[in-house]
Design a protein around this ligand. Structure first.
Ligand SMILES: Cc1cc2nc3c(=O)[nH]c(=O)nc-3n(C[C@H](O)[C@H](O)[C@H](O)COP(=O)(O)OP(=O)(O)OC[C@H]3O[C@@H](n4cnc5c(N)ncnc54)[C@H](O)[C@@H]3O)c2cc1C
Length: 341
């Protein structure tokens, strides 16, 4: 039997891949790409923290990106370009850059997964997203069958979306370049509870190291970290994106006491967690075979003993349908993957 995808996803779900390759040495990429048959594009995995893999596995090649390496060189005006290989854990890159006194990704600390996957859903937190500081992406284009350099302007970045998400399988991200600012100060704080934790007003620029620490503490406090063990250790974080709402829906939600915020792409977004709670769900609630709202957050589903990818996908449908019934809003699953939900 092939390598089980359950061993490579944080939900620990998923059957065998026909062929499973681990990419560790950037220099060997051309050979690896040539070895993949031309008929079907491979599925690329980073840390598997945003992937729901099918119980039947994957009928093709899965490539796990495990290349490591960070280099940096100064540019003009206090800017520094940091080039990171795709398999570097995002959380470690944030720790590294904060320790080097480089500001720009400090609010992305504590997010599981690899930096190579971050552009796919334009990974973000606390008002910061990876596209804010991306300057270049080196990727393999499976359509052209060659390595290309992509500029962020051509990647259709938006709230938790990108060209990579919209054309699954077309590109494999090999490395990214970030443009960070050498500064002892973090980017302006835009989240009220983080500002409170740091005892600074909104918009202030706290010391970089303190901001990075406050993010980790806040994530821990709010159940936004991946526990090593315990009932919630098998999860993929938030299971739905905060949905875009119309001004009329935003007003109705606001009057009902729900949060609505405007994202950097200008859209009004409601809180998916709040909508689920309005629909009657709560932390710890069971949603079908082996699938529960996590003990600390309704918006995080945890897979427990008897869960399967099918029961997890079913739970997503149950939650999404309930919010359609209560608010006429269709939630979209955040984890991507090999399984249609
Ligand atoms: C506890 C927890 C908290 C989280 N908090 C956040 C958060 O605050 N904000 C947020 O945005 N996300 C969050 N996530 C989701 C997830 O961790 C991030 O989106 C992360 O960037 C995914 O990285 P990964 O390597 O695990 O991706 P994977 O699950 O391995 O892959 C995700 C997608 O990207 C594709 N992919 C992976 N690597 C590459 C590559 N090199 N080239 C091309 N495609 C690739 C895959 O095919 C798949 O479609 C959280 C998850 C957990 C478990």
């Amino acid at each position: 039997m092939g390598e089980l995808l359950a061993d490579h996803t944080t939900l620990r779900l998923g059957g065998p891949a026909d062929q499973f390759l681990t990419h560790t040495d950037p220099a060997t990429w051309p050979d690896l790409a040539r070895s993949v048959p031309g008929t079907k594009v491979p599925f690329v995995l980073g840390g598997g923290s945003n992937t729901l893999a099918d119980d039947a596995g994957y009928p093709g090649t899965v490539i796990r990106m495990a290349t490591r390496g960070i280099t940096q060189h100064p540019l003009d005006d206090g800017l520094v370009e940091v080039i990171v290989q795709a398999g570097e854990p995002l959380a470690e890159v944030v720790e590294f850059t904060a320790a080097q006194g480089l500001s720009g990704i400090e609010y992305l600390g504590g997010i599981p997964g690899t930096i190579g996957a971050a552009p796919v859903q334009n990974t973000g937190a606390y008002g910061q997203q990876i596209s804010d500081t991306l300057s270049r992406i080196t990727a393999y284009d499976w359509q052209l069958r060659r390595t290309v350099e992509l500029r962020p302007d051509n990647c259709d970045f938006g709230y938790r979306t990108s060209a990579f998400k919209n054309s699954p399988g077309r590109w494999t991200i090999l490395a990214i370049a970030l443009r960070l600012i050498r500064s002892p100060l973090a980017s302006p704080v835009s989240y009220p509870h983080l500002a409170d934790a740091l005892a600074v007003p909104l918009g202030a620029r706290p010391p970089l190291a303190e901001a990075a620490q406050a993010v980790l503490a806040d994530r821990h406090h709010r159940g936004l970290t991946l526990p090593a063990e315990g009932p919630d250790c098998r999860q993929a974080g938030s299971v739905f994106l905060n949905p875009a709402v119309t001004p009329a829906q935003a007003t109705a939600i606001h009057h009902a006491g729900g949060p609505v915020h405007r994202t950097s792409d200008g859209s009004l977004r409601a809180s998916a967690g709040w909508l689920l709670e309005q629909a009657g769900f709560h932390p710890g609630r069971r949603i079908g075979t082996g699938v529960y709202c996590s003990d600390s957050r309704t918006l995080t589903l945890a897979a427990r003993e008897s869960a399967t990818a099918a029961s997890f996908a079913h739970a997503l449908r149950v939650l999404a349908d309930a919010v359609v019934a209560t608010h006429s809003i269709r939630l979209r699953p955040e984890p991507g993957g090999m399984l249609k939900t």
